[in-house]
Design a protein around this ligand. Structure first.
Ligand code: 2M8
Length: 439
């Protein structure tokens, strides 16, 4: 039964106070993975969900940045590349981390965790940290146009998306003085190329060597990242209201980034990234360009045009969303972020459509459930055959299915939230959930 299996994956990947994305490929804590995982865990164990987020924010830097990886000291260096020896940095808490960030979907996660089990004390504890995360982005990454930039493809979460091919082309690949670990777990056709990796490490090393302050080689404003930033302000406004603070500054910031995106990142039916170093829009066919549907203040005509693009270029009515438009020459149905469908990306678009177009959100929910039923909780899926790719037992694929099921119900079991809790009880949920982080 799919819900029980989803909980099993999350239990198996739990490390005492947080969840690894995968026991094989990703044996540490990842930033945006933990947000998605918290959203799913909230449906059956809000305590784990709170712990997941608080553990991640326990590794927040003094400048407010939330590192994209928090390393588990018990995992050997050779288990993942690039590991702590590459990044050479620690959080004030002493835990070793990377120095780059990922899309800030955490305020949304905190809000959804609170909705699942209202807990103002949790909100009061996490709110200042979420605000600091946004302040880091404003201070270190905001352009005069009012948009937030990323300095590495890893910061987009969609690492080898064809959207980065042009801005990455100017990055000098580093001679391969490193050993990749990913391809010992997953076939080479399903991962980025060696050339991509040589550029990733070269960029990350250059950023590291400025003390994680400056990037002169890659600086782009990504629509998904900016959407996450705007959605975070919307969520922070809701959180502020619950804990008796002023929501207005958050509402203003959400409106400001939404209009900056509409002005600078939108063209011809889709949002695109903008290369800050050249000032040019990087027109591509990445499904990241559909995620601004999540922004509540997006002008209606843009919503309608985006939906048209979703239907025409991404087959949104047919199920899970390919990460890149299938008709585009760069599309590849199996290689990582160059075409395969991912549960988190589909979930973001589903969330954006739920209120606006429930008739289109429903096939997306069904598509996500169909994919994991056909192939298991794989990392990504061929959008046409639903064949699974990447690692097995991937945490956010399991977590977000729990969220979808609890919201929409599965085949006549609506609402499935109660059923999920029941499943969790049967799995023997005990008092051993790493609550030390909550102490
Ligand atoms: C993938 O990225 C990591 C680097 O951060 C990798 O390939 O080693 C991406 O899919 C990213 O979005 C995700 O957060 C991470 C862990 O699931 O894996």
């Amino acid at each position: 039964m799919i819900l029980r299996d989803a909980v099993r994956v999350l239990v198996a990947n739990w490390d005492g106070s947080y969840t690894v994305p995968s026991r094989t490929l990703y044996p540490h804590q990842w930033s945006w993975d933990s947000a998605f995982i918290a959203i799913g865990n909230a449906r059956w164990s809000p305590r784990r969900a709170r712990s997941e987020l608080l553990t991640l924010f326990g590794a927040q830097w003094r400048d407010g940045r939330v590192p994209h990886i928090v390393f588990n000291p018990a995992v050997p260096e050779g288990a993942y590349f690039p590991g702590p020896e590459f990044w050479q940095v620690s959080a004030p808490s002493g835990v070793r981390t990377s120095g780059i960030v990922q899309p800030p979907v955490h305020a949304l996660a905190a809000w959804r965790v609170h909705l699942a089990e209202p807990d103002p004390a949790f909100l009061r504890r996490i709110y200042p940290r979420l605000v600091a995360q946004q302040e880091f982005l404003r201070a270190a990454r905001r352009s005069p146009e009012g948009l937030i930039s990323i300095v590495h493809p890893w910061e987009s979460g969609m690492d080898n998306s064809p959207a980065w091919d042009v801005p990455l082309a100017v990055v000098e690949p580093e001679p391969s003085a490193f050993v990749r670990r990913d391809t010992t777990h997953v076939s080479v056709e399903e991962r980025p190329t060696d050339r991509d990796y040589a550029r990733y490490t070269s960029l990350a090393r250059a950023y590291r060597d400025t003390g994680y302050r400056r990037s002169d080689a890659f600086r782009v404003e990504d629509p998904l990242f900016n959407t996450a930033y705007g959605v975070a302000e919307v969520a922070l406004g809701r959180i502020a209201r619950v804990i008796g603070l002023d929501p207005e500054p958050h509402a203003r910031e959400a409106a400001a980034v939404t209009s900056a995106m509409a002005e600078h990142l939108y063209d011809d039916g889709l949002f695109h990234a903008r290369d800050v170093l050249t000032g040019c829009l990087v027109r591509s066919n990445s499904a990241a360009g559909l995620t601004p549907l999540m922004l509540p203040g997006l002008p209606r005509e843009l919503v309608n045009e985006l939906i048209g693009t979703g239907l025409d270029r991404f087959g949104v009515k047919d199920g899970i969303v390919p990460s890149f438009a299938p008709a585009a020459p760069e599309f590849d149905p199996v290689r990582y972020w160059r075409g395969p469908a991912w549960i988190n990306l589909t979930w973001l678009i589903w969330r954006g459509l739920r209120r606006r177009r429930p008739d289109l959100a429903a096939p997306l929910a069904e598509g996500m459930v169909r994919a994991v039923t056909a192939a298991g909780f794989r990392e990504y899926f061929d959008p046409f055959t639903l064949e699974g790719h990447g690692c097995h037992d991937f945490s956010w694929s399991a977590a977000l299915i729990l969220d979808v099921a609890a919201e929409d119900g599965l085949d006549g079991m609506a609402p499935a939230g109660g059923q999920i809790r029941e499943e969790a009880r049967r799995l023997g949920e005990g008092g051993d959930l790493g609550d030390e982080v909550l102490a």
